[in-house]
Design a binder for this molecule. Structure first.
Ligand code: ADP
Length: 677
């Protein structure tokens, strides 16, 4: 891989990106990583050599076939030339015979003698051409005359004869012309044929009668052809001396000058060692390439192993943000396989759908080279839907030519770190709240302690006044009633203060068996006047057969009072009718559930968690501790407090309390008790 990372940040190279993309898009197979040793590849270098041999064999076959064709053509030409030579010689002899015939015709009827013969022009013509001598014989074959007379008639070799009768049926004798067959050949064979062939006249015993050559055998006899030439030839003047089985033999003088043929052979002979050398070089080169390839594959396998074992997710992107490469850690981080990711352009499947716009904006900044060098945090989404917190470092991705082709990102999974940080933050927050609560508890405890005495005093004085008025007997019943209620309220206040003090000093609630409808009725009766003043209708729906619960009745009353008072507060700015409904029913095997609903403005989407946070209040004078204390009380009873929207609008607060036999901790049932909230 010719990609490395450096600090330069200019330009794009789509070509290189495509190269990298193609390289990465091809999933590596085990075969790629470990190529089979042996196989046909090491023998690949022999292919050119084999092809060269086939080529040479082809050329040789072609030359051979050409040679055969040439020879055949040569033979055909030889035959044609031989036949043509034979025809020409025949013609020549026929011409001489015709000349002789004219001479015989001219001599017929003349006085036989040398003068008559010499007077004939044909004699001179014949002697100039071919004739060695002309002899006139009488009927008894005695010589009448002969020209030329002597000497010049001698001949080295065999001479041939032409015979022609003189006068009707040879009554005046016959003419015999002696001629030299060698001269016949030299004059009768055209020059171009005698240059090409050695023309010989042979008898039946292959003895040379005449030849265009000197009478010696050719050093390298070429192909020859023999054609019969018997008819017109006779060796003697008499008819019976006719030459039988004479033949004309044409022998090709020398083979055609074929300079190309040896050159071709030299070239072919040179070509073979050259091919062998080239093949050897090729083999050496191939070995080097295979060695380099093997080293490259090993390196690639190592690199792959290192990338896969890295705990950091790696991804390479081109200038358009298209994914070119992802390592295994990255795939595991986002839950998508590499095949599904490679080639994808933004938006990516691991971007959270609720923040696509924001991530896309940041991605554009990154691709423009504006990503912070120290990295940036991002929230992604795993394929299964859970959120992942990541820390991303981007560096320019450059090719071997140093040209930037995209971006290389290293991604760290910081989800766990973030979770721990969040937990720590919450712990700190909770500790702060707890500290404030502790302080508040101390204040409340002190206050309760301080109030206890005046409340007791109020109750005592009230009891004293009542007793005194009763003894006097004439007291106004209204005053008496008011004083009695005053006493009740004072006693209740004392109890509340006492219980709260106990609760805040972390004493366990005084849990005892109690009937919930009575507890709830007591609690709301304390608010009756207040509700009437605010023109709030209160409706109780209490199951009379509700089993008893195990609870601290005073604290449960406080919870109910707080929830009803909050509902009344929420309704105060709300148009009439203002309704609050308190209901209690059994929930599951072990719990009862108490609901307080109103038709006020509702919770505006806030959760129980948010509402119950200490010091959260929307009221000008509110402390924001009411719901926090309620939740603490309910949870101290192993119950749960929850809040939501009421069916007909408004708010609904619910809490659960355990039944008599259920003071064991059972979280599952608690949730079950509120599951239909
Ligand atoms: P405080 O009453 O001092 O504000 P609480 O803890 O009792 O503190 O209540 C916290 C907040 O919860 C209230 O300020 C109010 O905004 C909201 N709240 C409680 N009960 C209701 C309700 N029935 N309807 C609407 N809001 C409510």
């Amino acid at each position: 891989m010719d990609i490395h990372i450096c600090g330069c940040t200019t330009g794009t190279a789509t070509r290189s990106a495509r190269r990298l993309s193609a390289m990465q898009a091809r999933p590596s197979t085990s075969d790629d990583a470990h190529p089979r040793r042996g196989g046909w590849r090491p023998l690949l270098w022999t292919l050119p050599l084999l092809l060269s041999l086939v080529f040479v064999a082809g050329v040789i076959a072609w030359v051979w076939a050409n040679e055969l064709a040439e020879r055949e053509l040569e033979r055909q030409t030889l035959i044609t030339d031989a036949l043509s030579t034979e025809a020409q010689l025949r013609n020549r002899i026929a011409e001489e015979a015709a000349l002789l015939r004219r001479l015989a015709t001219g001599l017929a009827g003349q006085h036989a003698g040398a003068e008559a013969l010499a007077a004939r022009p044909e004699v001179n013509v014949g002697l100039r051409r071919l004739w060695l001598s002309v002899t006139w014989l009488d009927g008894l074959n005695r010589q009448i005359a002969q020209l030329p007379t002597q000497g010049s008639t001698a001949s080295d070799g065999l001479s041939l004869h032409l015979v022609e009768p003189v006068g009707a049926e040879g009554r005046e004798g016959q003419l015999v012309v002696r001629y030299d067959p060698t001269l016949l050949l030299k004059n009768g064979v055209p020059w171009w044929l005698s240059r090409k062939y050695a023309v010989q006249m042979v008898d039946s015993a292959d003895l040379v009668i005449a030849s265009t050559e000197e009478l010696r055998p050719a050093p390298t006899p070429g192909p020859s052809y023999r054609v019969a030439l018997t008819g017109p030839l006779r060796t003697g003047p008499l008819a019976e001396a006719a030459l039988s089985d004479a033949a004309l033999v044409l022998t090709l003088r020398e083979p055609q000058p074929t300079a190309l043929k040896p050159l071709a052979l030299v070239l072919i002979a040179g070509f073979l060692p050259l091919s062998a050398v080239a093949s050897w070089l090729l083999r050496r080169q191939m070995r080097q390439v295979m060695k380099a390839e093997s080293a490259w594959r090993t390196e690639a396998a190592w690199r792959q192993a290192m990338e896969d074992s890295a705990l950091v997710g790696l991804r390479a992107r081109d200038a358009e943000g298209r994914l070119l490469y992802v390592n295994r850690t990255f795939c595991e981080l986002v839950g998508w396989p590499a095949e599904a990711l490679l080639g994808l352009t933004p938006p990516m499947p691991y971007w959270p759908p609720d923040a696509i716009e924001e991530v896309a904006r940041r991605n554009r900044r990154t691709l423009a080279g504006e990503a912070p060098r120290e990295g940036y945090e991002a929230r992604w989404r795993h394929r299964d839907g859970h959120a992942i917190e990541v820390l991303v470092f981007e560096s320019p991705l450059v090719d071997a030519a140093g040209q930037q082709i995209g971006w290389m990102g290293s991604i760290l999974d910081i989800t766990e770190r973030k979770r721990l940080e969040e937990r720590e933050r919450r712990q700190v927050e909770t500790q702060a709240h707890n500290a404030r609560l502790t302080m508040l508890g101390e204040v409340a405890s002190t206050l309760a302690h301080e109030l206890n005495q005046p409340l007791t005093a109020i109750a005592s004085y009230n009891a004293g006044v009542l007793n005194s008025l009763e003894r006097q007997g004439g007291a106004d019943p209204v005053v008496m009633g008011a004083l009695q209620r005053l006493g009740q309220q004072a006693a209740q206040a004392g109890r509340v203060v006492q219980r709260i003090r106990e609760f805040l000093t972390r004493r366990e609630p005084q849990r005892e068996r109690c009937a919930l409808p009575g507890v709830i009725a007591d609690a709301v009766s304390l608010l009756a006047k207040e509700l009437a003043r605010s023109r709030v209708e209160l409706k109780l729906q209490l199951d009379p057969d509700l089993p008893d619960v195990v609870a601290d009745a005073v604290l449960v009353e406080q919870v109910v009072i707080n929830l009803v008072r909050n509902a009344a507060d929420a309704l105060s700015a709300h148009p009439e009718p203002r309704r609050i409904e308190v209901s209690a029913r059994r929930a599951g095997e072990r719990f009862v559930r108490i609901d307080v609903q109103d038709n006020g403005p509702g919770l505006q989407g806030l959760t129980a968690e948010q509402l119950c946070a200490p010091f959260y209040s929307t009221k000008r004078e509110g402390m924001g501790m009411g719901l926090a204390i309620c939740r603490s009380i309910v949870e101290a009873h192993q119950g749960l407090l929850d809040a939501g929207e009421a069916a007909g609008g408004g708010a609904r607060f619910s809490f659960s309390l355990p039944l008599v036999r259920a003071d064991q901790d059972n979280q599952g049932d608690e949730e079950e008790a509120l599951s239909d909230v």
